[in-house]
Design a protein around this ligand. Structure first.
Ligand SMILES: Nc1ncnc2c1ncn2[C@@H]1O[C@H](COP(=O)(O)OP(=O)(O)OP(=O)(O)O)[C@@H](O)[C@H]1O
Ligand SMILES: [Mg+2]
Length: 361
């Protein structure tokens, strides 16, 4: 997968700007607050239909303007694809794939695949289980539309089930719950099944990528919860029984206490929980290794690498790790942002783009 160009109109601090990217490493440099992350955000938007910054969408429209537009052309094994998103102050955004509006985000996913790292992604290591689930959800939604739709259904049913659990009419709860439980277990089984498969692939790749970046100095392992295993149907039965067993407890607590919305990943470096004990550089290396592993899974599934976006990944990594990281990623299209091009070892060999105040120099 290769993103060839990106056009930004009234997008954040850009009035009108066009980026041309090459295969391999692209170094986007510039001082603080000049627009590096904004350009990376725009690419991720084209891939997934939302911002990695978790903002209100209209915030991307340049101050004082009434609309914004992002447009990108990518090429993959399936040919060229053009994706655009128009944002308006007074109405919802319009997403188009090859100039044809798409009705649902699900139809956008998979057209341009990317893996995105920025310092915020350290939450993956440092913070709550929710961030690790999000990591799985973002990757799996791009890989499998079925997963994305199951996730949407699951969230909807979960909210309805939780509402019901708070109802004071116990007879009503016991009458209605079995129906909700079956639907929740059906959507949940799909999610758990795909996550299980994904984590099984992720762990060896993450270990391998981590070794490549650290020069074999440290060993990274990733483990899922694996509470339910087997085929999707097996998981359905196991999860449904767990829901039934927990009915009393769920009513007592007023929410659903089992299911994929409670899962977590255990990430260890040299056998030690990197979240609790890792240094900043170790945590950053581990989260980058997980992202690199994600690119390998994409390649395994689709026969080609996604676009890798490394926003501000270099700081806190020592020179050896930076060199090894670049050596690893140059086989795929990688867009690296950093304040000085020198952060990227041998930057002269790559496509360099310098941004200043929403313009390319
Ligand atoms: N809607 C908007 N309209 C105008 N400017 C905006 C808008 N949203 C963000 N900006 C501005 O864009 C500028 C560049 O932001 P960006 O995050 O891309 O910087 P950066 O180059 O990545 O900097 P850093 O090195 O600090 O990470 C910031 O000054 C920010 O205030
Ligand atoms: Mg930035």
């Amino acid at each position: 997968m290769l993103i060839k160009n990106l056009e930004l109109t009234n997008f954040r601090n850009y009035s009108s700007c066009r980026f041309e990217y090459s295969d391999g490493v692209n170094v986007v440099s510039g001082g603080n607050a000049q627009g590096k992350t904004n350009s990376a955000e725009a690419i991720f938007f084209l891939c997934t239909g939302y911002s990695p910054r978790a903002v209100r969408e209209k915030q991307v429209i340049k101050h004082g303007e009434s609309f914004a537009k992002i447009k990108g052309v990518a090429s993959s094994n399936y040919g060229d694809v053009s994706v655009s998103i128009d944002f308006f102050v007074d109405k919802n955004k319009i997403i188009k794939v090859n100039e044809v509006p798409v009705g649902k985000i699900g139809e956008l996913l998979g057209n341009i695949n990317s893996v995105f790292f920025n310092p915020g992604e350290l939450k993956l290591i440092q913070e709550a289980p929710e961030d690790r689930r999000r990591f799985l959800d973002v990757a799996l939604s791009q890989i499998s539309r079925g997963y994305f739709y199951a996730l949407q259904t699951y969230k909807k049913i979960l909210a309805q089930r939780n509402n019901l659990l708070k109802n004071e009419d116990r007879a009503l709860i016991f009458d209605t719950l079995p129906v909700w439980d079956q639907s929740l277990a059906r959507a949940g089984a799909r999610i758990i099944f795909e996550r299980n498969e994904y984590i099984k692939m992720l762990s060896p790749f993450a270990g391998f990528c981590h070794e490549e970046v650290t020069g074999g100095g440290e060993n990274l392992t990733v483990k899922g919860d694996y509470k339910y295993e087997g085929t999707e149907d097996d998981i359905y039965s196991q999860f449904l029984s767990a829901l039934t067993e927990r009915t009393e407890k769920d009513i007592e607590t007023g929410y659903t206490t089992v299911g994929p919305h409670r899962d977590d990943l255990k990430i260890k470096v040299n056998g030690i929980d990197v979240r609790a004990y890792g240094s900043q550089g170790q945590q950053r290396t581990a989260s980058i290794a997980l992202k690199l592993a994600e690119t390998e899974i994409f390649r395994e599934k689709f026969g080609e690498y996604p676009v890798l976006i490394l926003d501000d990944a270099m700081s806190e990594l020592d020179k050896k790790r930076r060199t090894r990281l670049i050596d690893y990623v140059k086989k795929m299209q990688t867009i690296i942002t950093c304040t000085e091009p020198e952060c990227v070892p041998n930057y002269q060999n790559y496509n360099n783009i310098e941004v200043e105040n929403g313009n390319i120099l």
